[in-house]
Design a protein around this ligand. Structure first.
Ligand SMILES: C[S@@+](CC[C@H](N)C(=O)[O-])C[C@H]1O[C@@H](n2cnc3c(N)ncnc32)[C@H](O)[C@@H]1O
Length: 454
C-alpha cells in the first residue's frame, strides 16, 4: 500500500485545477486502497465531472484499476445477502439504505463527491411531477412510473429490514433513501466475478469509486472497456488520446429515452438514437393480432399491472374520419426479453414492419377457434419465419404492402402531432423540473422523423 505522503502528492497530479477538495480526498482514498490510476485526471467538464487524459495515451493501455477491496456491493451491507431469495429486500434497496445511512452519519470520501438529491430530482424523470410526466414521450413516462413503483417498494422493504426497529443499524429518512436509490441507479456497475456465478444478475450491482467518474458515450468501439476479474475492475483504452481529451466508457447500447430515465441525461449528438413507437403501433393491432405477434416473438409488451390501471393520451388517426384524435391507451409493461417497436433516422425496425404487415391483414383471415387462417395469413407467417422472401411477399400482395406503408406514414404523422402538442403543453410548465428536458426529447424525436429518407 502506498505511503500517506506519496498518496497526497500522487493525488494532486490526478486532479484538474479548481475541483472542490472532496475529490482530492476520494482520489487519496482509492490510491491508499491500492488503485492504479495512470495518465488520467479528474476534471470539471461542461456536462459534469469526468475523466480526461493527463498525457498522451495509446490504445490498449490500462488506465484505471480498482481492487475488489474498494468496491461496495452486497457484501458490504450489514445484511450481506440481501437478495429477495434470502431477505425481503433488493440489493438496490440495501445499497441505497447503506449509503444513505453512511451519509447521514457524516459520510466518507465516497459519499462526499456524490450529487445532491436536488440534482437527481431535476434530472431524473422518476422525480418529475405527474403533470410533466403526462407530456413526456410514452416510453419515458411508462418507465419512470415503473421506477417510482420500484423505489416505493424498495423503500418499504428496506424500512422493514434495515430501518427503525430493524437490527442492521442503518438509519435513513425517505428523502435520504431516495438519494441513495438514485445514486445506486446512476452509478453502479455490473460486477460478477467467477465466484459470484450463482448471484442473480440484478444483485451484481457494484459501486466503484473513481470508475464512476467516467461519463458515457455511444461509440462503443471508441470508448474504454470496463472489465472485471476476481481482483477488481479495470478500464482499458481502445484508442489513443491527446492530453486533455475526455475519456468515456459506454454504459450500454441505450437511446436517449433510456439514458434520460436511467441516468438523467441525454446525448445532444447521439448517432444511435431511436424512439420507441409502441404507443402508436399497438393501437393498430387488435388483441388477437397482438397475441399472434407475441406467439411469433414480435410483441414485447404485456398489459399493465398498474393498480389502478394507468393510461396515457396520444394522438392517433381515426380510421373513419381520417383525422387526428386524442386516444387514451393503457400504459404497457415491458416483457423483458423481447425488444419493442423502434424507429430510427433510417428506417422503422423489422419488428415494426412485421407488426404493421399483420395490422394490414383482414381480421377474417386470422386463425380462429382451431381453424387455420387464410392463405394470406399463412404467407405472412412464412415470411416472419424466414421461409418466404420479403420481395416475393410484396409482389404477391402489393395492395397489402401499400396498406402497411400507409399505416407507417400515419404513425409518423401521429408521432409528430403528439410531439408538437406535448411541446406546447410543456412550454406552459417551464418552472417545473424536467419540463425543458422533456421538450428537448420531443425535439430530438422530431429530428429523427425529419432525418428519415422520404
Ligand atoms: C457514473 S456518473 C459519471 C460522473 C458524473 N458526471 C459526475 O459528475 O460525477 C453518471 C452520471 O454522469 C452524468 N453523465 C454521464 N455521461 C454523461 C454525458 N455523456 N453527458 C452528460 N452527462 C453525463 C449523468 O448525470 C449520469 O447519471
Amino acid at each position: 500500500m502506498p505511503k500517506r505522503g506519496a498518496v497526497a502528492v500522487a493525488a494532486a497530479d490526478l486532479l484538474s485545477p479548481g475541483l472542490p477538495d472532496n475529490h482530492r480526498r476520494l482520489v487519496e482514498h482509492v490510491l491508499a486502497g491500492g488503485a492504479r490510476l495512470a495518465k488520467v485526471k479528474v476534471a470539471q467538464l461542461p456536462h459534469g465531472v469526468g475523466v480526461v487524459a493527463s498525457q498522451r495515451i495509446r490504445s490498449n493501455e490500462e488506465i484505471t484499476f480498482i481492487p475488489t477491496s474498494l468496491l461496495v456491493n452486497l457484501h458490504d451491507t450489514p445484511i450481506p445477502h440481501s437478495s429477495p431469495v434470502d431477505h425481503p429486500t433488493t440489493v438496490h434497496g440495501s445499497l441505497a439504505a447503506y449509503i444513505a445511512s453512511k451519509a447521514r452519519d457524516g459520510g466518507d470520501s465516497f459519499t462526499a463527491i456524490l450529487p445532491a438529491l436536488a440534482s437527481f430530482r431535476a434530472s431524473m424523470p422518476l422525480f418529475w411531477s405527474a403533470q410533466v410526466l403526462e407530456h413526456c414521450s410514452p416510453w419515458v413516462r411508462t418507465f419512470a412510473l415503473k421506477q417510482q413503483a420500484k423505489l416505493a417498494a424498495d423503500y418499504d422493504r428496506a424500512q422493514r429490514v434495515h430501518g427503525d426497529g430493524g437490527d442492521s443499524g442503518l438509519r435513513f429518512s425517505r428523502e435520504e433513501f431516495e438519494w441513495g436509490w438514485a445514486v445506486v441507479n446512476t452509478r453502479t456497475i455490473f460486477y460478477r466475478p467467477k465466484r459470484w456465478a450463482k448471484v442473480p444478475a440484478e444483485d451484481c450491482m457494484t459501486m466503484c469509486p473513481f470508475i464512476d467518474y467516467y461519463n458515457h458515450d455511444w461509440r462503443s468501439e471508441k470508448t474504454c472497456l470496463v472489465s472485471f476479474s476476481s481482483d477488481g475492475l479495470r478500464v482499458t483504452t481502445q484508442k489513443s488520446y491527446a492530453p486533455g481529451e475526455e475519456i468515456f466508457v459506454t454504459y450500454g447500447d441505450y437511446n436517449n429515452d433510456h439514458l434520460l430515465v436511467e441516468y438523467g441525461f441525454m446525448l445532444p449528438h447521439h448517432g444511435l438514437d431511436n424512439v420507441n413507437i409502441d404507443a402508436w403501433v399497438l393501437p393498430k393491432l387488435s388483441p388477437a393480432k397482438q397475441d399472434i405477434l407475441a406467439g411469433l416473438s414480435f410483441h414485447g409488451y404485456v398489459l399493465p399491472s398498474f393498480t389502478p390501471p394507468r393510461v396515457q393520451k396520444i394522438f392517433h388517426t381515426d380510421p373513419l374520419s381520417d383525422t387526428m384524435v386524442v386516444a387514451t391507451v393503457p400504459l404497457w409493461q415491458f416483457r423483458g426479453d423481447d425488444s419493442a417497436y423502434i424507429l430510427d433516422a433510417t428506417s422503422p425496425c423489422y419488428r415494426t414492419l412485421t407488426a404493421l404487415r399483420l395490422a394490414a391483414v383482414d381480421e377474417a383471415l386470422l386463425p380462429h377457434e382451431g381453424k387455420p387462417g387464410g392463405e394470406r395469413y399463412g404467407d405472412f407467417v412464412r415470411l416472419v419465419q424466414g421461409e418466404t422472401d420479403e420481395d416475393d411477399y410484396a409482389q404477391k400482395y402489393p395492395a397489402a404492402e401499400a396498406h402497411m406503408s400507409a399505416l407507417m406514414d400515419g404513425i409518423l404523422r401521429e408521432v409528430r402531432v403528439s410531439a408538437t402538442e406535448a411541446m406546447a403543453a410543456l412550454a406552459g410548465l417551464t418552472t417545473e423540473p424536467g419540463a425543458s428536458a422533456a421538450a428537448e426529447r420531443w425535439r430530438q424525436v422530431i429530428a429523427i422523423l425529419e432525418a428519415r429518407p422520404t
